[in-house]
Design a protein around this ligand. Structure first.
Ligand code: SAM
Ligand code: SF4
Length: 327
């Protein structure tokens, strides 16, 4: 069983934002100041999230991803991991984090059953890291990466947002680092989801430019992957180092999209760029039985549009920032 949309795409991947709060202020995501947070009672609790996981599992979902805001700000996140893994033992579950709290949390997360971690790191240079994240914690993130490796996570995936004028010189540094450590470094094209609304097409370092910069360190070959994996993967021909590009802007993968999203306040979104949301919290808290929620979700998936419209006149930037949607 799977949830199909009107374009024949099967949906089996749920990205769950557990909080809209964050300890960073990355310029491509949040404003420097003045963010208002969701009130606590509007945020789904772990039992409610786990219920959505169970219901979607019964609808054929197999892949789950925890994100935010900064998910490790949520108290005892490993308890949620435990509850989710109990629904579907061995489930494909990943976490995306800025890494700062991994030194104290990596072990518990691994013990709870988490096996995949993506750590965001935009620069190998402490000054540029501060400029991009507006937080002076480069060293703590590097410690977080080490803590994740020590806890058993392997391979570790690093996500770097690629911005023109900032990220070019990061490409060879990250490539060398990947070749030394075995971490998989993926570059994400800068998307129009920033709170400051200063995104512009010219600021996107494109997949083509990223690959050109990475090739300086050695010849790359394509690694075959799942069509719904947003990252196109490459490895260096000498076998050392893997890199990837998430080219949401210049090479959208909408035709293979298999995911829906759940915001921290219980809204289902069929796309990162959706301008409409569907309130599952109302059903969860209103006593709706599982079957009703399943039928409702099937209808929600049918509202999914064929793809995002970045670069076209009709494109409308969603009201929520990436941090509030869950990246
Ligand atoms: N706070 C966590 C983190 O940064 O890893 C998880 C949430 S964050 C929104 C998820 C991912 O989205 C991060 O890798 C971040 O770099 C990326 N991201 C945020 N805003 C973006 C934008 N405007 N364009 C591309 N990627 C973005
Ligand atoms: Fe926070 Fe992640 Fe957004 Fe940076 S990208 S502000 S770490 S939610």
């Amino acid at each position: 069983m799977a949830l199909f949309d009107r374009y024949g795409r099967a949906h089996d991947d749920l990205r769950i934002s557990v909080t809209d709060r964050c300890n960073f202020r990355c310029f491509y995501c949040m404003p420097e100041e003045g963010m208002t947070w969701l009130p606590h009672d509007e945020v789904l609790n772990y039992e409610e999230i786990t219920r959505v996981v169970r219901i979607t599992t019964e609808l054929g979902f197999t892949s789950y991803h925890l994100t935010g805001g900064e998910p490790l700000l949520r108290k005892d996140l490993h308890h949620l991991v435990e509850q989710m893994v109990a629904v579907q033992p061995g489930m494909d579950l990943a976490l995306t984090t800025n890494g700062v709290f991994l030194p104290k949390m990596a072990k518990d997360l691994y013990a709870a059953g988490l096996r995949r971690v993506n750590i965001s790191l935009d620069s190998m240079n402490a000054g540029k890291f501060l400029f991009m994240t507006r937080r002076d914690v480069f060293g703590q993130v590097m410690e977080g990466i080490e803590a994740a490796a020590a806890a058993g996570f392997s391979p570790i995936k690093i996500n770097a947002v690629a911005v023109k004028g900032l990220s070019e010189e990061e490409l060879p540094r990250f490539a060398r680092w990947s070749r030394e450590t075995g971490h998989v470094v993926r570059f994400i094209e800068y998307m129009p989801l920033d709170a400051d609304r200063t995104w512009a097409h010219e600021k996107v370092l494109t997949a083509e430019e990223i690959l050109e910069g990475l090739s300086v360190e050695g010849e790359l070959e394509l690694v075959s992957g799942h069509p719904s994996d947003p990252a196109t993967r490459y490895r260096y021909k000498d076998g050392k180092g893997e890199v990837g590009v998430i080219a949401s802007v210049t090479r959208p993968f909408c035709q293979d999209c298999n995911r829906i999203r759940l915001t921290a306040d219980g809204m289902v979104r069929t796309c990162l760029f959706s301008t409409t949301e569907h309130d599952v919290k109302k059903l969860l808290r209103g006593g709706a039985p599982d079957d009703e929620i399943k039928t409702w979700l099937a209808e929600v998936v049918l509202t999914k549009t064929p793809g995002h419209l970045i670069g076209q006149e009709e494109f409308v930037q969603p009201e929520r920032t990436m941090s509030a949607i869950g990246g």
